[in-house]
Design a protein around this ligand. Structure first.
Ligand code: SF4
Length: 478
Protein backbone atom coordinates (compact mmCIF):
# COMPACT_ATOMS: atom_id res chain seq x y z
CA UNK A 1 0.00 0.00 0.00
CA UNK A 2 1.23 3.45 -0.89
CA UNK A 3 0.89 5.65 2.21
CA UNK A 4 0.75 9.06 0.60
CA UNK A 5 -1.13 10.76 3.41
CA UNK A 6 1.63 12.58 5.30
CA UNK A 7 5.24 11.91 4.53
CA UNK A 8 6.23 13.62 7.80
CA UNK A 9 5.67 10.34 9.61
CA UNK A 10 7.88 7.47 8.65
CA UNK A 11 6.99 3.89 9.19
CA UNK A 12 8.92 1.60 11.40
CA UNK A 13 9.66 -2.05 10.62
CA UNK A 14 8.07 -5.28 9.56
CA UNK A 15 9.00 -8.81 10.64
CA UNK A 16 8.47 -12.22 9.11
CA UNK A 17 9.69 -15.64 10.25
CA UNK A 18 9.08 -19.26 9.31
CA UNK A 19 10.11 -22.65 10.71
CA UNK A 20 9.77 -25.98 8.91
CA UNK A 21 9.48 -25.33 5.16
CA UNK A 22 11.92 -26.22 2.31
CA UNK A 23 11.19 -22.84 0.64
CA UNK A 24 11.70 -20.81 3.82
CA UNK A 25 13.65 -17.96 2.14
CA UNK A 26 11.24 -17.64 -0.82
CA UNK A 27 8.21 -17.51 1.51
CA UNK A 28 9.98 -14.96 3.72
CA UNK A 29 10.62 -12.86 0.62
CA UNK A 30 6.85 -12.86 -0.04
CA UNK A 31 6.09 -12.14 3.63
CA UNK A 32 8.35 -9.09 3.48
CA UNK A 33 6.83 -7.97 0.20
CA UNK A 34 3.38 -7.99 1.85
CA UNK A 35 4.75 -5.73 4.60
CA UNK A 36 6.79 -3.32 2.49
CA UNK A 37 4.61 -0.45 3.75
CA UNK A 38 6.21 -0.89 7.20
CA UNK A 39 9.72 0.00 6.05
CA UNK A 40 11.32 0.96 2.76
CA UNK A 41 14.95 1.69 3.62
CA UNK A 42 16.36 -1.83 3.75
CA UNK A 43 15.37 -5.47 3.59
CA UNK A 44 17.03 -8.68 4.71
CA UNK A 45 16.63 -12.40 5.30
CA UNK A 46 18.60 -14.83 7.48
CA UNK A 47 18.15 -18.59 7.16
CA UNK A 48 19.12 -21.68 9.14
CA UNK A 49 20.02 -25.01 7.53
CA UNK A 50 19.91 -26.65 10.95
CA UNK A 51 23.60 -26.13 11.66
CA UNK A 52 24.56 -22.75 10.27
CA UNK A 53 22.96 -19.37 9.66
CA UNK A 54 23.27 -17.37 6.42
CA UNK A 55 22.25 -13.74 5.96
CA UNK A 56 21.65 -11.30 3.13
CA UNK A 57 20.52 -7.73 3.88
CA UNK A 58 20.90 -4.55 1.84
CA UNK A 59 19.50 -1.06 1.50
CA UNK A 60 16.51 -0.81 -0.82
CA UNK A 61 13.03 -2.16 -1.38
CA UNK A 62 12.34 -5.90 -1.17
CA UNK A 63 12.25 -6.32 -4.95
CA UNK A 64 15.48 -4.34 -5.34
CA UNK A 65 17.37 -6.31 -2.67
CA UNK A 66 16.34 -9.85 -3.65
CA UNK A 67 16.30 -11.81 -6.87
CA UNK A 68 16.11 -15.53 -7.55
CA UNK A 69 19.84 -16.14 -7.37
CA UNK A 70 20.12 -14.39 -3.98
CA UNK A 71 17.16 -16.37 -2.62
CA UNK A 72 18.84 -19.61 -3.81
CA UNK A 73 21.90 -18.85 -1.64
CA UNK A 74 19.68 -18.62 1.46
CA UNK A 75 19.34 -22.32 2.24
CA UNK A 76 17.44 -24.03 5.01
CA UNK A 77 14.00 -24.81 6.37
CA UNK A 78 13.87 -21.78 8.68
CA UNK A 79 14.17 -18.05 8.07
CA UNK A 80 13.54 -14.62 9.53
CA UNK A 81 13.19 -11.42 7.51
CA UNK A 82 12.96 -7.70 8.11
CA UNK A 83 11.97 -4.52 6.29
CA UNK A 84 13.34 -1.43 7.94
CA UNK A 85 12.71 2.19 8.40
CA UNK A 86 15.35 3.41 10.84
CA UNK A 87 14.04 4.69 14.16
CA UNK A 88 17.42 4.37 15.89
CA UNK A 89 20.61 4.72 13.85
CA UNK A 90 21.01 5.88 10.26
CA UNK A 91 19.90 4.21 7.08
CA UNK A 92 23.16 2.36 6.37
CA UNK A 93 24.01 -1.08 5.04
CA UNK A 94 25.46 -2.28 8.35
CA UNK A 95 22.24 -1.35 10.16
CA UNK A 96 20.12 -3.41 7.74
CA UNK A 97 18.44 -6.30 9.54
CA UNK A 98 18.36 -9.16 10.39
CA UNK A 99 21.69 -8.66 12.15
CA UNK A 100 23.80 -11.82 12.39
CA UNK A 101 26.32 -12.52 15.16
CA UNK A 102 28.56 -15.34 16.34
CA UNK A 103 29.31 -15.53 20.05
CA UNK A 104 30.33 -18.16 22.60
CA UNK A 105 26.74 -19.41 22.65
CA UNK A 106 26.73 -19.99 18.86
CA UNK A 107 25.16 -18.03 16.01
CA UNK A 108 22.06 -15.86 16.24
CA UNK A 109 20.21 -13.58 13.82
CA UNK A 110 17.86 -10.91 15.12
CA UNK A 111 15.10 -8.75 13.63
CA UNK A 112 13.45 -5.98 15.67
CA UNK A 113 10.39 -3.77 15.34
CA UNK A 114 10.26 -1.03 17.95
CA UNK A 115 12.63 1.19 19.86
CA UNK A 116 14.60 0.46 23.03
CA UNK A 117 14.58 3.56 25.19
CA UNK A 118 17.51 2.36 27.34
CA UNK A 119 19.70 1.20 24.44
CA UNK A 120 22.12 4.14 24.57
CA UNK A 121 22.60 3.66 28.32
CA UNK A 122 23.20 -0.09 28.02
CA UNK A 123 25.54 0.43 25.09
CA UNK A 124 27.61 2.98 27.00
CA UNK A 125 28.04 0.56 29.91
CA UNK A 126 29.18 -2.24 27.57
CA UNK A 127 31.54 0.07 25.70
CA UNK A 128 33.11 1.03 29.04
CA UNK A 129 34.04 -2.66 29.35
CA UNK A 130 35.59 -2.70 25.89
CA UNK A 131 32.73 -4.17 23.83
CA UNK A 132 32.90 -3.34 20.14
CA UNK A 133 29.62 -2.65 18.36
CA UNK A 134 29.25 -3.28 14.64
CA UNK A 135 26.17 -1.10 14.06
CA UNK A 136 24.52 2.02 15.46
CA UNK A 137 21.19 0.24 15.81
CA UNK A 138 19.58 -0.16 19.25
CA UNK A 139 18.95 -3.83 18.41
CA UNK A 140 22.61 -4.86 18.72
CA UNK A 141 22.61 -4.23 22.46
CA UNK A 142 20.29 -7.25 22.88
CA UNK A 143 23.00 -9.53 21.49
CA UNK A 144 25.65 -8.07 23.80
CA UNK A 145 23.32 -8.79 26.72
CA UNK A 146 22.82 -12.34 25.46
CA UNK A 147 26.56 -12.91 24.99
CA UNK A 148 27.48 -11.76 28.50
CA UNK A 149 28.80 -14.90 30.31
CA UNK A 150 26.68 -14.28 33.42
CA UNK A 151 23.57 -14.15 31.20
CA UNK A 152 24.23 -16.84 28.62
CA UNK A 153 25.02 -19.47 31.28
CA UNK A 154 21.56 -19.08 32.79
CA UNK A 155 18.97 -21.75 32.06
CA UNK A 156 16.57 -19.30 30.47
CA UNK A 157 19.07 -16.78 29.16
CA UNK A 158 16.71 -15.04 26.72
CA UNK A 159 13.99 -14.44 29.34
CA UNK A 160 16.61 -13.00 31.66
CA UNK A 161 18.01 -10.69 28.98
CA UNK A 162 14.59 -9.40 27.94
CA UNK A 163 13.98 -8.19 31.48
CA UNK A 164 16.85 -5.70 30.98
CA UNK A 165 15.14 -4.00 28.05
CA UNK A 166 12.89 -0.96 28.26
CA UNK A 167 10.66 0.32 25.49
CA UNK A 168 9.02 -1.24 22.48
CA UNK A 169 10.18 -4.51 20.94
CA UNK A 170 8.65 -7.19 18.84
CA UNK A 171 11.54 -9.52 18.03
CA UNK A 172 12.37 -12.56 15.96
CA UNK A 173 15.57 -14.38 16.90
CA UNK A 174 16.82 -17.23 14.74
CA UNK A 175 19.23 -19.78 16.23
CA UNK A 176 20.42 -22.80 14.18
CA UNK A 177 17.97 -25.07 16.02
CA UNK A 178 15.04 -22.77 16.93
CA UNK A 179 13.19 -19.55 16.27
CA UNK A 180 12.02 -17.22 19.05
CA UNK A 181 9.14 -14.74 18.62
CA UNK A 182 8.90 -12.11 21.39
CA UNK A 183 6.66 -9.18 22.29
CA UNK A 184 7.55 -6.67 25.02
CA UNK A 185 5.43 -6.76 28.20
CA UNK A 186 3.39 -3.70 27.16
CA UNK A 187 2.79 -5.05 23.64
CA UNK A 188 3.54 -1.85 21.70
CA UNK A 189 3.98 -3.50 18.30
CA UNK A 190 1.97 -6.31 16.74
CA UNK A 191 3.26 -9.85 16.14
CA UNK A 192 1.11 -12.82 15.17
CA UNK A 193 1.52 -16.54 14.54
CA UNK A 194 0.20 -18.63 11.68
CA UNK A 195 0.57 -22.08 10.18
CA UNK A 196 0.91 -23.49 6.68
CA UNK A 197 -0.82 -26.67 5.56
CA UNK A 198 2.49 -28.62 5.80
CA UNK A 199 2.69 -27.69 9.52
CA UNK A 200 5.34 -24.94 9.10
CA UNK A 201 4.90 -22.23 11.73
CA UNK A 202 4.96 -18.58 10.66
CA UNK A 203 5.35 -15.31 12.59
CA UNK A 204 4.62 -11.87 11.12
CA UNK A 205 4.01 -8.28 12.15
CA UNK A 206 0.76 -8.21 10.19
CA UNK A 207 -1.75 -10.87 9.18
CA UNK A 208 -1.58 -9.58 5.59
CA UNK A 209 1.73 -11.48 5.28
CA UNK A 210 0.03 -14.71 6.40
CA UNK A 211 -2.73 -14.21 3.83
CA UNK A 212 -0.27 -13.81 0.97
CA UNK A 213 1.35 -17.19 1.60
CA UNK A 214 -1.99 -18.83 2.54
CA UNK A 215 -1.02 -19.47 6.15
CA UNK A 216 -3.82 -19.85 8.67
CA UNK A 217 -3.85 -17.26 11.48
CA UNK A 218 -3.31 -19.00 14.83
CA UNK A 219 -3.08 -16.19 17.38
CA UNK A 220 -1.15 -13.08 18.43
CA UNK A 221 2.04 -13.43 20.44
CA UNK A 222 0.97 -12.08 23.85
CA UNK A 223 2.66 -9.07 25.46
CA UNK A 224 5.47 -10.44 27.64
CA UNK A 225 5.53 -13.81 25.87
CA UNK A 226 8.34 -15.73 24.18
CA UNK A 227 7.21 -18.33 21.67
CA UNK A 228 9.92 -20.88 20.88
CA UNK A 229 9.43 -22.73 17.61
CA UNK A 230 11.48 -25.78 16.65
CA UNK A 231 11.21 -29.26 15.16
CA UNK A 232 9.57 -30.52 18.36
CA UNK A 233 6.76 -27.95 18.16
CA UNK A 234 5.83 -24.66 19.83
CA UNK A 235 6.62 -23.73 23.44
CA UNK A 236 5.40 -20.63 25.22
CA UNK A 237 7.18 -18.88 28.10
CA UNK A 238 6.42 -15.67 29.91
CA UNK A 239 9.07 -13.22 30.99
CA UNK A 240 8.34 -10.56 33.59
CA UNK A 241 5.07 -10.51 35.51
CA UNK A 242 1.78 -11.27 33.80
CA UNK A 243 -0.22 -8.05 33.63
CA UNK A 244 -3.80 -9.29 33.10
CA UNK A 245 -6.07 -6.23 32.98
CA UNK A 246 -3.17 -3.94 33.86
CA UNK A 247 -2.10 -1.15 31.61
CA UNK A 248 -0.57 -2.12 28.27
CA UNK A 249 0.46 -0.05 25.29
CA UNK A 250 -0.70 -1.37 21.91
CA UNK A 251 0.11 1.51 19.54
CA UNK A 252 -3.19 3.06 18.46
CA UNK A 253 -1.37 4.67 15.52
CA UNK A 254 -1.15 1.23 13.90
CA UNK A 255 -4.91 1.57 13.43
CA UNK A 256 -4.88 5.23 12.47
CA UNK A 257 -2.12 5.09 9.86
CA UNK A 258 0.57 2.40 9.86
CA UNK A 259 -0.92 -1.03 9.43
CA UNK A 260 -2.41 -2.19 6.15
CA UNK A 261 -6.25 -2.11 6.02
CA UNK A 262 -6.26 -5.81 5.08
CA UNK A 263 -4.51 -6.77 8.34
CA UNK A 264 -5.93 -7.74 11.68
CA UNK A 265 -3.97 -5.95 14.38
CA UNK A 266 -4.53 -6.16 18.16
CA UNK A 267 -7.78 -8.03 17.51
CA UNK A 268 -9.33 -5.55 15.04
CA UNK A 269 -9.37 -5.48 11.26
CA UNK A 270 -7.64 -2.21 10.40
CA UNK A 271 -10.05 -1.24 7.60
CA UNK A 272 -13.12 -1.73 9.80
CA UNK A 273 -11.53 0.19 12.70
CA UNK A 274 -10.84 3.11 10.34
CA UNK A 275 -14.38 3.00 8.89
CA UNK A 276 -15.71 3.10 12.48
CA UNK A 277 -13.48 6.13 13.21
CA UNK A 278 -14.94 7.89 10.15
CA UNK A 279 -18.49 7.13 11.30
CA UNK A 280 -17.73 8.39 14.79
CA UNK A 281 -16.19 11.53 13.30
CA UNK A 282 -19.39 12.18 11.34
CA UNK A 283 -21.34 11.93 14.63
CA UNK A 284 -18.95 14.18 16.54
CA UNK A 285 -18.29 16.78 13.83
CA UNK A 286 -20.95 16.75 11.09
CA UNK A 287 -20.34 18.88 8.00
CA UNK A 288 -22.47 20.22 5.18
CA UNK A 289 -21.18 19.53 1.69
CA UNK A 290 -21.77 17.91 -1.70
CA UNK A 291 -19.12 15.19 -1.57
CA UNK A 292 -16.98 13.32 0.98
CA UNK A 293 -13.46 12.83 -0.42
CA UNK A 294 -10.49 11.07 1.16
CA UNK A 295 -6.93 12.23 1.17
CA UNK A 296 -5.31 9.17 -0.44
CA UNK A 297 -4.65 6.62 0.57
CA UNK A 298 -4.93 6.42 4.35
CA UNK A 299 -8.00 8.65 4.58
CA UNK A 300 -10.02 6.29 2.37
CA UNK A 301 -11.44 3.97 5.02
CA UNK A 302 -12.42 6.82 7.36
CA UNK A 303 -13.99 8.73 4.45
CA UNK A 304 -16.12 5.68 3.62
CA UNK A 305 -17.30 5.67 7.25
CA UNK A 306 -17.98 9.41 7.23
CA UNK A 307 -20.00 9.14 4.03
CA UNK A 308 -21.94 6.13 5.28
CA UNK A 309 -22.95 7.85 8.52
CA UNK A 310 -23.57 11.34 7.12
CA UNK A 311 -25.46 10.19 4.01
CA UNK A 312 -23.25 12.43 1.83
CA UNK A 313 -21.96 10.76 -1.34
CA UNK A 314 -18.39 9.43 -1.38
CA UNK A 315 -16.15 10.38 -4.26
CA UNK A 316 -12.59 10.76 -5.44
CA UNK A 317 -10.80 14.07 -5.71
CA UNK A 318 -7.30 12.72 -6.33
CA UNK A 319 -5.52 10.11 -8.38
CA UNK A 320 -2.27 8.73 -6.98
CA UNK A 321 0.89 7.99 -8.90
CA UNK A 322 2.11 4.45 -8.45
CA UNK A 323 5.43 5.32 -10.01
CA UNK A 324 6.59 8.30 -7.95
CA UNK A 325 8.64 6.07 -5.63
CA UNK A 326 10.89 7.57 -3.03
CA UNK A 327 13.76 8.84 -5.09
CA UNK A 328 12.55 11.54 -7.43
CA UNK A 329 14.65 14.69 -7.43
CA UNK A 330 13.04 17.95 -6.40
CA UNK A 331 14.46 21.30 -7.47
CA UNK A 332 14.04 22.34 -3.83
CA UNK A 333 14.00 19.29 -1.53
CA UNK A 334 12.29 21.32 1.19
CA UNK A 335 9.33 21.92 -1.08
CA UNK A 336 6.82 19.45 0.25
CA UNK A 337 4.09 20.93 -1.92
CA UNK A 338 6.03 19.68 -4.97
CA UNK A 339 6.15 16.21 -3.43
CA UNK A 340 2.39 16.33 -3.14
CA UNK A 341 2.01 17.43 -6.77
CA UNK A 342 4.17 14.54 -8.01
CA UNK A 343 2.34 11.91 -5.99
CA UNK A 344 -1.23 13.21 -6.24
CA UNK A 345 -3.25 14.73 -9.06
CA UNK A 346 -6.55 16.47 -8.52
CA UNK A 347 -9.49 15.38 -10.70
CA UNK A 348 -10.51 18.91 -11.60
CA UNK A 349 -13.97 18.05 -12.96
CA UNK A 350 -14.85 16.15 -9.78
CA UNK A 351 -14.19 19.05 -7.42
CA UNK A 352 -14.79 22.31 -9.33
CA UNK A 353 -17.68 24.30 -7.85
CA UNK A 354 -18.36 21.72 -5.13
CA UNK A 355 -18.43 21.84 -1.34
CA UNK A 356 -16.00 19.16 -0.23
CA UNK A 357 -15.80 17.33 3.07
CA UNK A 358 -12.18 16.19 3.00
CA UNK A 359 -11.25 13.31 5.32
CA UNK A 360 -7.64 12.83 6.45
CA UNK A 361 -6.39 10.06 8.79
CA UNK A 362 -4.06 12.36 10.77
CA UNK A 363 -2.24 15.67 10.47
CA UNK A 364 1.42 15.77 11.53
CA UNK A 365 3.35 18.83 10.37
CA UNK A 366 0.41 20.15 8.36
CA UNK A 367 2.55 21.15 5.38
CA UNK A 368 1.60 18.21 3.16
CA UNK A 369 -2.08 18.55 4.09
CA UNK A 370 -1.91 22.24 3.23
CA UNK A 371 -0.41 21.35 -0.16
CA UNK A 372 -3.35 19.07 -0.90
CA UNK A 373 -5.86 21.70 0.21
CA UNK A 374 -4.19 24.27 -2.08
CA UNK A 375 -4.42 21.82 -4.97
CA UNK A 376 -8.17 21.37 -4.36
CA UNK A 377 -8.69 25.16 -4.20
CA UNK A 378 -6.70 25.64 -7.41
CA UNK A 379 -9.00 23.10 -9.08
CA UNK A 380 -12.02 25.22 -8.13
CA UNK A 381 -13.40 23.62 -4.93
CA UNK A 382 -16.03 26.01 -3.53
CA UNK A 383 -15.74 25.07 0.15
CA UNK A 384 -13.38 22.72 1.98
CA UNK A 385 -14.34 21.24 5.35
CA UNK A 386 -11.49 19.13 6.74
CA UNK A 387 -12.31 16.27 9.12
CA UNK A 388 -9.44 14.36 10.73
CA UNK A 389 -10.11 10.80 11.90
CA UNK A 390 -7.78 10.99 14.93
CA UNK A 391 -7.06 13.62 17.63
CA UNK A 392 -4.42 16.37 17.25
CA UNK A 393 -0.85 14.98 17.50
CA UNK A 394 0.88 17.09 20.13
CA UNK A 395 3.70 14.89 21.47
CA UNK A 396 6.66 12.86 20.21
CA UNK A 397 6.90 9.08 19.99
CA UNK A 398 9.78 7.16 21.59
CA UNK A 399 8.46 3.71 20.77
CA UNK A 400 9.44 3.02 17.20
CA UNK A 401 7.66 5.67 15.15
CA UNK A 402 9.76 8.40 13.62
CA UNK A 403 7.69 11.54 14.18
CA UNK A 404 9.28 14.93 13.63
CA UNK A 405 10.49 16.95 16.66
CA UNK A 406 7.48 17.91 18.82
CA UNK A 407 8.08 21.57 17.92
CA UNK A 408 7.43 20.69 14.27
CA UNK A 409 4.07 19.08 14.99
CA UNK A 410 1.41 21.51 13.87
CA UNK A 411 -0.79 20.85 16.90
CA UNK A 412 1.99 21.05 19.52
CA UNK A 413 1.46 24.75 20.20
CA UNK A 414 -1.59 25.73 18.15
CA UNK A 415 -5.32 25.73 18.80
CA UNK A 416 -7.65 24.00 16.33
CA UNK A 417 -8.70 27.44 15.07
CA UNK A 418 -5.06 28.40 14.45
CA UNK A 419 -4.51 25.13 12.57
CA UNK A 420 -7.63 25.80 10.49
CA UNK A 421 -6.18 29.17 9.63
CA UNK A 422 -2.80 27.64 8.63
CA UNK A 423 -4.42 24.95 6.50
CA UNK A 424 -6.75 27.52 4.92
CA UNK A 425 -9.88 25.40 5.20
CA UNK A 426 -13.43 26.62 5.83
CA UNK A 427 -13.87 24.38 8.87
CA UNK A 428 -11.73 21.86 10.73
CA UNK A 429 -12.55 19.21 13.33
CA UNK A 430 -10.70 16.24 14.82
CA UNK A 431 -11.99 12.96 16.23
CA UNK A 432 -11.85 12.95 20.05
CA UNK A 433 -9.52 10.62 21.98
CA UNK A 434 -12.53 8.88 23.53
CA UNK A 435 -14.15 8.60 20.11
CA UNK A 436 -11.03 7.00 18.61
CA UNK A 437 -10.68 4.53 21.49
CA UNK A 438 -14.37 3.68 21.17
CA UNK A 439 -13.70 2.26 17.68
CA UNK A 440 -11.31 -0.53 18.75
CA UNK A 441 -12.04 -3.66 20.75
CA UNK A 442 -9.77 -3.49 23.80
CA UNK A 443 -10.32 -1.31 26.89
CA UNK A 444 -8.71 2.14 26.69
CA UNK A 445 -5.94 1.22 29.18
CA UNK A 446 -4.59 -1.41 26.77
CA UNK A 447 -3.46 1.19 24.19
CA UNK A 448 -0.65 3.71 23.94
CA UNK A 449 -2.07 7.10 22.96
CA UNK A 450 0.93 9.18 24.06
CA UNK A 451 1.42 11.15 20.83
CA UNK A 452 -2.16 12.39 21.19
CA UNK A 453 -2.58 12.53 24.98
CA UNK A 454 0.96 13.00 26.34
CA UNK A 455 0.25 10.07 28.68
CA UNK A 456 3.41 7.98 28.22
CA UNK A 457 3.14 4.34 29.29
CA UNK A 458 6.86 4.26 30.17
CA UNK A 459 8.89 6.95 31.95
CA UNK A 460 11.22 8.66 29.51
CA UNK A 461 14.22 9.27 31.75
CA UNK A 462 16.63 10.57 29.16
CA UNK A 463 16.03 12.14 25.75
CA UNK A 464 15.65 9.39 23.16
CA UNK A 465 16.14 10.11 19.52
CA UNK A 466 17.14 8.35 16.37
CA UNK A 467 20.74 9.57 16.29
CA UNK A 468 21.56 9.41 20.04
CA UNK A 469 23.96 6.47 19.61
CA UNK A 470 25.76 8.07 16.67
CA UNK A 471 26.08 11.41 18.47
CA UNK A 472 27.57 9.66 21.48
CA UNK A 473 30.16 8.04 19.17
CA UNK A 474 31.09 11.38 17.68
CA UNK A 475 31.53 12.84 21.18
CA UNK A 476 33.78 9.92 22.08
CA UNK A 477 36.12 10.57 19.16
CA UNK A 478 36.09 14.38 19.21
S1 SF4 B 1 3.33 7.56 21.02
FE1 SF4 B 1 1.79 7.35 19.37
S2 SF4 B 1 2.88 6.43 17.64
FE2 SF4 B 1 4.15 6.13 19.47
S3 SF4 B 1 3.59 4.12 20.27
FE3 SF4 B 1 2.30 5.59 21.32
S4 SF4 B 1 0.42 5.74 20.06
FE4 SF4 B 1 2.00 4.74 18.83
Amino acid sequence: MNHVADSSVRHHCGLFGIWGHPDAAALTHLGLYAQQHRGQESAGIATSDGGRLTRYARRGLVNQVFNESVIRTLRGRAAIGHVRYSTTGSDTEENAQPLLFSFAGGQVAIAHNGNLINAALLRRSYEDFGHIFQTTSDTEVIIHLLAKPAHRRRKRALEHVLNHLQGAYSLLLLFPDRLAAVRDPLGFRPLCLGQLSNGAVVAASETKALDLIEAKYLRDVEPGEIVLIGDSGIESHRFGPERKGERKAACIFEHVYFADPASRVFGDNVHLARVAMGMRLADEAPATGDLVVPIPTCGQCAAIGFSRRSGLPYGRAFTTSHYAGRSFILPNPADRASTVKIKLNVIREAVAGRRLVVVEDSVVRGTTTRGKIHALRAAGAKEIHLRVASPPIRHGCYFGIDFPEPTQLIASARTVEEIRDFLEVDSLAYLSLEGMLGCVNMPANQYCTACFSGDYPVDITEPVDKYAIERAQLRMFS
